[in-house]
Design a protein around this ligand. Structure first.
Ligand code: ADP
Ligand code: MG
Length: 239
């Protein structure tokens, strides 16, 4: 597993990149046992039919581009696509939105749509003083507006991860507040451990990885799926 990380990061650096794009980031998460949607990368509209045929509907289509960090802001994420025709229309729309901003798209990620659930954020940063640190919070306004997040220094234990979730002000949402079904906190805890636990991805690779952002991790009653992933690499690998 550790070899995968080094290889994936070396390849990205070889392409002159200081980040991992979404498909590569998700491959890395998957190699650590974190669930990601089944997906295909296409580099032309002609590749869509076979990609669609290999996946189960509904589909999500997104652009993959270094120039587009917050894809939704660019109109470059389309969800709930039922069939090939819908995916083809979505591609046309995404390209038109990007053309208007003079961004030339060359690659798109088509993936299966994860079941609806609660959106959680899992992040990691490498602090100059404390080293690798893991963060979690509830998605959307909870993180962005209310700053309702919990941080710990890595490595964390299972008890630390559970405590991180329970100290969130919005924790009740995970347990089924407001008439919603409760979601699996165990699935979130597993992801926190796979990133920031002993031998976790960030814990072990803080010399290579500067930042991890899983936003969102979509959590249902029995699973947690990383539907977006962004990695920023250390400027030069620290030894
Ligand atoms: P952005 O770069 O804008 O953060 P995301 O990849 O996070 O783009 O997609 C935007 C939103 O679309 C997500 O917050 C999530 O609600 C939804 N989404 C994206 N991919 C999937 C997926 N595979 N399954 C279900 N929902 C998804
Ligand atoms: Mg996102």
């Amino acid at each position: 597993m550790a070899a995968d990380v080094k290889e994936i990061i070396r390849a990205a650096r070889g392409r002159g990149s200081n980040s991992l794009d979404e498909p590569v980031g998700k491959e890395l998460l998957a190699s650590f046992g974190i669930r990601v949607p089944a997906s295909r990368v296409v580099t032309s509209p002609e590749e869509l039919p076979s990609a669609v045929a290999a996946l189960k509907p509904p589909y999500v289509l997104k652009v993959v581009s270094d120039e587009v960090v917050h894809k939704s802001d660019f109109g470059a994420v389309k969800v709930g696509l039922k069939d090939l025709a819908a995916v083809e229309r979505a591609l046309t729309e995404i390209n038109a939105a990007l053309d208007a901003k003079r961004i030339g798209a060359r690659r798109w990620l088509i993936e299966e749509m994860a079941a609806p659930g609660i959106e959680v954020v899992v992040g990691g940063v490498v602090d100059p003083e404390f080293g690798p640190m893991i963060m979690t919070g509830l998605g959307g306004v909870f993180v962005e507006v209310m700053k309702d997040v919990a941080f710990r220094i890595c490595p964390i234990t299972r008890a630390d991860a559970a405590e991180m979730l329970s100290e969130l002000r919005g924790a009740a949402l995970l347990h089924g507040a407001r008439g919603r079904a409760p979601v699996s906190t165990d699935a979130v805890i597993d992801v926190l451990l796979k990133i920031g636990g002993e031998n976790g991805l960030l814990t072990n690779s803080a010399d290579e990885i500067a930042e991890i952002d899983i936003n969102p991790l979509l959590v249902t009653s029995d699973a947690a799926t990383a539907v977006d992933a962004r990695f920023i690499l250390q400027k030069t690998a620290k030894r």
